[in-house]
Write a protein that binds this ligand. Sequence first.
Ligand code: WTA
Length: 659
Amino acid sequence: MSNQEKLADGKSGSYGLCLLDEDELYGIGSIETDAELKQRRHSGIKALFAEAQQDREAFWSAQAQCLDWFEPWNKVLQWDPPYAKWFLGGKLNACYNCLDRHMHTEIWKKNALVWEGEEGLERSLTYEELYKEVNKFSNVLKESGISKGDKVAIYLPMVPETVIAMLSCARVGAVHTVVFAGFSADALKDRILDADAKLLVTADGGWRKGRVIALKQTADMALESCPCIQKTIVVRRLNCEVVMQYGRDEWYDSLMEDAQEECPCEEMDAEDELYILYTSGTTGKPKGIVHTTGGYMVSVTATMRWVFDLQPCDIYWCTADVGWVTGHSYVVYGPLSNGVSQLIYEGAADFPQRDRFWQLIQKYRVTILYTAPTAIRMFMKWGDNWPQGCDLSSLRLLGSVGEPINPEAWMWYYTHIGCQRCPIVDTWWQTETGSIMIAPLAGFTALKPGSATQPLPGIDAVIMDEEGRQQSSGYLAITSPWPSMLRGIHKDSERYQQTYWKKWEGRYYFTGDGAKQDEDGDFWLSGRVDDVMNISGHRLGTMEVESALVDHQGVAEAAVIATAHAIKGQAIAAFVSLKEHTPFHADLEDELKQHVVKKIGAIARPERVIFISDLPKTRSGKIIRRLLRDIAEGRVTGDVTTLSDPSVMENIKKQYQED
Ligand code: WTA
């Protein structure tokens, strides 16, 4: 089939994903050899680093040209530490950049989303089709009373409507707050209330590991105490019976049937809020991380292109759920603003069998896979025969995100999935950074299993000690503002300053991560240095889990630590003391685990609950988790002189070993 023919038939070939030869899209004129392409990428990246080094602001200003702006900015950066504003005076719309602008290029015919449900249902949407759906849903939002600046909560499984809902919010200038569908009713309620959301988009349910998840039912429980929600829009995913509350709940599909076809994009200021995403911190209350439009879109669009070395024919698959920041930046905004064709999958990796991921790669000819170390370790455990049985020859680049990747997992990924052909990009970043900060650039950076290597162009990262002196081992710090940096914590500027800027008196951003730098200047991340855990690549605060435990009527006190876990990276161990009159019974451990699931969600279920009579505390009553970690990791317990009662350690140790 010629390219012209392919163009005329967007749904042909491999799911209509590959439309044009590279040289036609790039307008190069002649087909380059592999070596020439590599050479061009190499010198392109070198120039990027050189430009960034010479003048960081001019560099980001040049990068901002990757977007379409309604009005140009008149100032690149205003830095009043710790508050940054980027591209001041610039006007744009994130949805316009993800959809409308592609309607004037050949991208409109490409598939934007190829979706597969867990039970095998398939659906694809070209950029044009996605554009139409988003226009309609934007009108639905407006008809429902949503206008610029309003907050919309989204509690959906991984279905195309999730992407449609997010983009529609951006289109009308509403601020979305996506809540991971695995979170409990309580967690959803807390987020809705903190964000003051007016509308909720949810579904009748979703599929997970062959089981139905009753999303609407959970949402209803949350909404019992959310007076701010005026309306709920329910996506029909399962077509199952749900209770619809008259006057509040409406079906997505019936609203879409009556919706007007065209909805103009709201002109947003570069610094207008795009979304709030909640993430765990060191207190019991999650933080609403605020991202704005211009800087965020510049960083995600540029980093997507650099890190994944995008080619027009790529079929990209990021396995993250849209409920996390990776889903925001590298499923929605980054890929779509670059006109990428991508696969999204709703379900589990082992349904119906343990080769589901590899079957999907084979079926859709995926070229780039972006996943998490915890998943890779799970695949390793399941055995090499699962990927071996599938054709993975379409893959050309692999990515990793969410936690440090251990060299063993790196090597397995490289050997068994990448067949020793595909480079691995280990990408370090955070909800707060909005976009990838440290990662190798394939074809340019020498890869090292276990190291995220070097900061990207325009990013100034160093390692510092407590006093703010540069060292080769210590805390990871970012020393200059970057476009997609968080603009604050929703309704809590005090916490923003305390958490990220207090350590070095407002001069540098504190990441909360420990790191080392080797003789080549490559970064090796070692994990969190604060009371934040990383369970299967998901951030959870120790205090959050402790609050959930003490919420149980029988619990007097609780201390939570993370212990090393072969698959999850870290697992939760909870040390619990009971109230004096609480009778101990054999089911209490399960009951407490279930209580945490109810309060937060299944990701927070403790691996172990250890019942103890007293927690190790200082004389002023502060729990010393460090000593509990020593016990869990079988180390000689450190300094116990500050303990109010040093004898408690012996009891805890005994209990931990017996349990
Ligand atoms: C950890 C996820 C080592 C880190 C994008 C960070 C990593 C936290 C890596 C952010 C990596 C993420 N190597 N550690 N490649 N990527 N982390 O906000 O501790 O869910 O602070 O963002 O995950 O988690 P978050």
